[in-house]
Unconditional design. Structure first.
Length: 454
């Protein structure tokens, strides 16, 4: 494969070309190469114009817009995204981000002694801390499935089933399971479809953290049928931060009486002589939908940008074309960089981990020799992995005008790449050469403050 292979044009979709040519539609500094779309996402000029239009409307007539116009526009966004998720619109509401959605589920569920929350070793850090908080403030306990990638999908599903069975044999009950669609670090796809099905079979509530979900992998919620799912729209759908779609099927909506924070839509249990009053306009929508419609005063303009984001995506080829391009580019980029560095791609034997827009390549750095240099210069041995990771993260910004997500995982340093339609193979060829030089700088001890002679 040549370095220009993955820069495609579809004349039926106009004259926009994936890769560098499409980059002009976004808001990047011309000197900056964004190789880490997955962390915070970004959006094109047309979506920025839409967002600012909503913000301007809110400022020109605040009460009219927030009280009366905004709910109608919000319904349009919910309707627009329901089509690509294959989910009834009455099951969809917005929250600021995936972490808020996971917190909303866990803080609403009522836990009894002996009930467990099960989660996986690669859970997003903030969500693991949420689980810890719940176990500190309720009778719930947690069960963590430990492993280090690469592992096979079938092993992961079988281990999940084994853990649930083990808890049951001890007289406990796994109430809810939390798992990703695509893990953040390392960036690998989980068998979320099989895990959701296993939850259904075992009577466990499935709470799917699809932070890397919509716009990244195909999500058919009618087919998947999870108990709860939250997906960031600002990561892969070209929507401004922060905007996440929160899916709760009708059967489970009574389990979530409160938003986070609790706001006007909350309906307390009836008390004799107590009348509940809400300052919000009356609505014919369900109590679940109206509950999430207004959750305190924040700038909700990103929620309203879904139709414009989907219009842009349609103009460049649509969901399947975008996802296909990104999956192919992520795999090809990782293969090329690994070849240049003389290392390997993080993958399992069946090749399922890389079926996403992220890829991971091991860096050619020897832990023992770098530990020796670091410890001799006062760095705690246990801290060396993250110390070097943090130095590399800042160095690529300061010295190369880019960002790549580094991690210390399984005793090695890795780089995680994000594929996106404004990138092409030549961008990752450039990155490979920068990484080669960066690793040489690490080996020379520059991460300790020693100025490189290169």
């Amino acid at each position: 494969m040549t370095l220009t292979t993955l820069a495609v044009r579809d004349k039926s979709e106009g004259d926009l070309k994936f890769g560098k040519e499409l980059r002009k539609q976004f808001l990047f500094d011309p000197k900056y190469l964004n190789l880490n779309h997955g962390s915070f996402g970004t959006y094109p000029n047309t979506v920025r114009a839409a967002m600012r239009s909503f913000q301007d409307q809110a400022e020109s007539r605040p009460d009219e817009f927030i009280r009366y116009t905004y709910p109608k526009l919000l319904d349009q966004s919910r309707s627009a995204i329901s089509t690509i998720l294959s989910a009834p619109v009455e099951t969809l509401v917005f929250v600021p981000n995936a972490t808020t959605g996971i917190n909303t589920v866990l803080r609403n569920l009522a836990f009894e002694p002996g009930e467990k929350i099960i989660y996986f070793a690669t859970i997003y850090g903030a969500c693991e801390k949420t689980v810890t908080y719940i176990t500190e403030t309720t009778p719930a306990e947690s069960v963590k499935i430990e492993y280090t990638y690469p592992v096979e999908d079938d092993w992961l599903v079988d281990e999940f089933k084994r853990k649930v069975a083990a808890e049951k044999s001890q007289g406990c009950r796994v109430k809810v399971a939390i798992f990703d669609t695509v893990v953040s670090m390392p960036g690998v796809r989980m068998p979320f479809e099989k895990l959701t099905e296993a939850c259904r079979e075992l009577g466990v509530l499935s709470c799917v953290d699809a932070a890397h979900g919509v716009g990244h992998v195909e999500l058919d919620l009618a087919k998947l049928d999870p108990d709860f799912l939250v997906s960031n729209c600002h990561k892969w759908l070209f929507v401004p931060r922060g905007c996440a779609i929160f899916y709760v099927p009708l059967r489970n909506q009574p389990l979530l009486p409160s938003t986070l924070p609790t706001s006007h839509g909350f309906i307390p249990k009836p008390k004799p002589g107590v009348t509940i009053h809400s300052p919000l306009p009356k609505s014919s929508k369900s109590s679940f939908v109206t509950n999430f419609e207004f959750v305190g005063t924040i700038d909700n303009a990103p929620y309203l940008c879904i139709p414009d984001a989907l219009k842009f995506r349609s103009s460049i080829g649509g969901e399947r074309k975008i996802i296909s391009y990104n999956h192919t580019l992520a795999k090809s980029a990782a293969s090329h960089v690994a070849e240049v560095l003389g290392t390997e791609v993080l993958e399992n034997a069946t090749g399922t981990l890389s079926n996403c827009c992220l890829s991971n390549v091991r860096l050619p750095l020897a832990l023992l020799s770098i530990e020796k240099i670091a410890v001799e210069n006062g760095v705690q041995k246990a801290s060396v992995g993250n110390f070097v990771r943090d130095w590399m993260s800042k160095a690529v910004i300061d010295d190369y005008d880019t960002f790549m997500a580094f991690m210390f995982y399984g005793g090695n340093w890795w780089v995680r790449f994000s594929a996106q339609v404004y990138l092409e193979m030549s961008d990752f060829a450039w990155a490979a050469e920068r990484l080669k030089g960066l690793c040489q700088r690490v080996e020379k001890g520059e991460f300790l403050g020693v100025k490189s002679r290169l």
